[in-house]
Design a binder for this molecule. Sequence first.
Ligand code: HMG
Length: 393
Amino acid sequence: MTVGIDAIALAVPHGYVDLSELAAARGVDPAKYTAGLDVHQMAVAAAHEDPVALAANAARRVFEVSGRSPDDIGLCVVGTETAVDHSKPIAAFVHRLAGLPAACRVYETKHACYGGTAGVLTAADWIASGSARGRSALVVCTDIARYAVGSAGEPTQGAGAVALLVTSSPRLVELELGSSGSYARDVHDFWRPLWSKEALVDGHYSVQCYLDALAGAYGEWRAATDDHELARRCYHVPYGKMARKAHRSLAALDGRAVEDADASFATEVDPSLVLPRQVGNIYTGSLYLALASLLHGQAGELEGRRIGLFSYGSGCTAEFFSARVASGAGAAAAAQAIAAPLEARGRLSIAEYEAIRGADDDLDRASVGAFQTPAGSVAYQGIDQDRRVYSVP
Ligand code: HMG
């Protein structure tokens, strides 16, 4: 039996900030952001675009574009590190807003940016083990990445959700189960205390932790598989430059020269960065946004070829695994119009972005009606009797 990703759908906020404009406002050379970090636009979530609304919109879209029915879902996992409640999972909201059946295992996973991968690999094992009894899994990664305004992390923010249907006989990619390489170590590279909406980060240390984790997970994957040939590599993308650093690091682990890594970057990695460069870091969804970018651009030409996937979650844990692009994936990816949600966006001024950020701390206490909630998609409306309220189109 083959198991993997049958369909992908994105949900992104309607507003984004241009990073050259942000650099000018912060008195930074724009080249530091666009070349030094390789970041170009970052999605900014408005009040009504909370992690639940983003997740629900991605989930509803994945059924629309795939032609699959919510009735076939027996497992729903939402990976997030920007949950909206200490107890009630985003998955419970998604279960209702996406119309999933009552006979469904539903929960949320957390390990920084790795939470979505925990969902994907658990879903794949659930299907491969027979526990699914012919049903499919819905995995949604949803997050809003926030660092302090004016901090070094600010240009590496983003927001969005990626919904993935994990099935047998998948139409996009078949996961190679059994050879995945894992790594974990207790580190304080990036964290978000319970009192804060913004992440705290030891930025340069976090880069080193990411690379150490890549070495550990990749080494385990190499040891578990005989064939190390990969046509493309998708990395967790906090910012574009990190993927370049990762690619160099892998080349060194393979015994190849840095020049080799740089020469192969345009072919092996760059296609996976097209969408992340327009959205920024979406934490749990970042690896899957990179995969979506790759499939959007190249699914047809990659049919039958293998790709490597690296997921990193600060704190930290990581996994390197591989997949094969399914026969017919080109047509399936085109039918799913993966990048379409990015077409309806508008640019925010820095003043508009700062006004949104200035209201962050009120979001979880705002009464219904306190801010605008456009029709047409699931939107967070505010709080009524301590309960979050959502409008559904
Ligand atoms: P910084 O310290 O301000 O930047 O913040 P820098 O001084 O290190 O410069 C960055 C790069 O720009 C350097 O290139 C400079 O040379 C270059 P590099 O040496 O790295 O190749 N540069 C220029 N290039 C062209 N023209 C110029 C210029 N000036 C400088 N004029 C930092 C960088 C990443 C630390 C910061 O943005 C940050 O803290 N970001 C958040 C943390 C992060 O994203 N870490 C990544 C690894 S951890 C991870 O991925 C997990 C995460 O997603 C969370 C989770 O798991 O949930 C974050």
